[in-house]
Design a protein around this ligand. Sequence first.
Ligand code: ADP
Ligand code: MG
Length: 535
Amino acid sequence: MGMGGTPILLFEEGTKREQGKDAQYDNIRAAMTVADAVKSTLGPRGMDKMMISSAGDVIITNDGITILKEMDVQHPAARMMVEVARTLDEEAGDGTTTAAVLAGELLKKAIGLIDSNIHPTVIASGYRMASERAIEVLGTLGIATATDDTAALSKVAMTAMMSKAVTGSREHLADLAVKAVGAVAEVVGNRRSVDLGNIQIVKRQGGSMESSELVQGVILDRGPALRSMPKAVKDAKIALLSSALEVRKTEVSAEIKITETSQRRAFLEEEEASLRRMAGRLRRAGANVVISQKAIDDRIQNILVKEGVVAVQNVKAPDLEKLSKATGANIVDRPSELEPGDLGSARSVEARKVEDGELTFVTGCKDPKAVALLLRGGTAHVVDEVDRSLDDALNVVRLAVEDGQAVTGGGSTAVELSMRLRDYADSVGGREQMVVSAFADALEVVPATLAENAGLDPIDMLVELRNAHQGGKVNVGVNLLTGKASDMRRENVLEPMRANRQIISSAAEAAIMIIRIDDVISAKGSPRQESIGPE
Ligand code: ADP
Ligand code: MG
């Protein structure tokens, strides 16, 4: 370097630099390793991974994002793959494994292109052209999923849950997801919008998955404070309180020194009077249900129970907020601030014993959008799997409702896009033609992997699929039951279009970003230096 003089030092001593093809290969290989790690879990016939943390905790899962998060990937290029999965999880709630696998395949094809002396810049622009075209074509493959088309929406939910351990209850859980999303869907302008945050999820161990249910209202994870309180109140007038229902020190004269019996009695009397005032305040406002974020003094409970009032204490702040929204009640700090106008209303407040604990169901609320899902399952692990399954199902149904569009799965859409991209490549010409073709080939990794994971021959399957698609059968994909290619629309394998769009754009973006790096300059002691190791 330089012109024969002393070399020019740009970086601090100890900085490591890797350039050109070395840097490219190293990054690409690292990212591909991550993709390979999740590949065998793709699809309903995918395998599970057992992850053991440094603390010895064991997780068994086939959930792409969970595996990638747990892997604690250090290599910066490899971490970009984890980011791809994370993006999918955030934007679509599903498709995490597919996105990582597709990105890995795009990188694998890129190595071939670099080896044939195609410049990374050309690969990057070709991949970009291909992904844009693929997304354009994807837009023409939509199958309508209207909000009231519960049958189609249920298929979308079932497909997302195919790789979860909820067999047998899948239909029931799909039905719950469709109904819950339907209940919270709103029309904003001329768009439908679904905020899943409006769906309350309550988990209860015990019972079957099948006994999971949708509740039109809010569920509190506890029952009334006293067993002798009414189990059910109709036409509930609900007071919501954010602080404890007890005597505060400041409410009794500060100077009282409890030295003598008479003074002690005076003190207690004053306390009693104060408690009665609070209970009186609640009654005068018209409350027959009192729900508090903090504790309720036993003596107040005893006064309330005599008046037939239901009191629930130590309710979580977010649940209080939900109740406020659902019933129209204002949350007040203490009874002395309570006005009749602050009360909320619900047709029914009912305590029910579910397994070894009570739950309170507040139903028939003012706000019809208040819905809750009570998830059940025999063991804690099962309830958690129900929770994860329903989370995927709610997300995909949300996308299908918001966009009103689904596409067929089982690799069918990938094969169709692949075929259309090959036609497009011919029109591109030049070096980019090879790149667009490589992108088209990479898309076939989806059906190939689904087949492979099911113990089928991926090459035979691809031949079968290509033939079908060339014959205009747009929806033919891998039928995992029969081991043959078949129409995924008939098999009810539907996915939201948006998840597919996001898979293509995120995978392409990550691949492009990694390919374009030709110089890695890492500071002394950076994780990257450690992952490369000493020279
Ligand atoms: P991801 O993390 O990408 O969602 P999954 O393990 O959930 O990965 O697998 C999703 C893939 O499985 C999709 O390509 C989907 O179309 C496919 N799939 C789901 N159900 C079926 C089915 N019944 N037949 C064929 N393919 C299916
Ligand atoms: Mg999935």
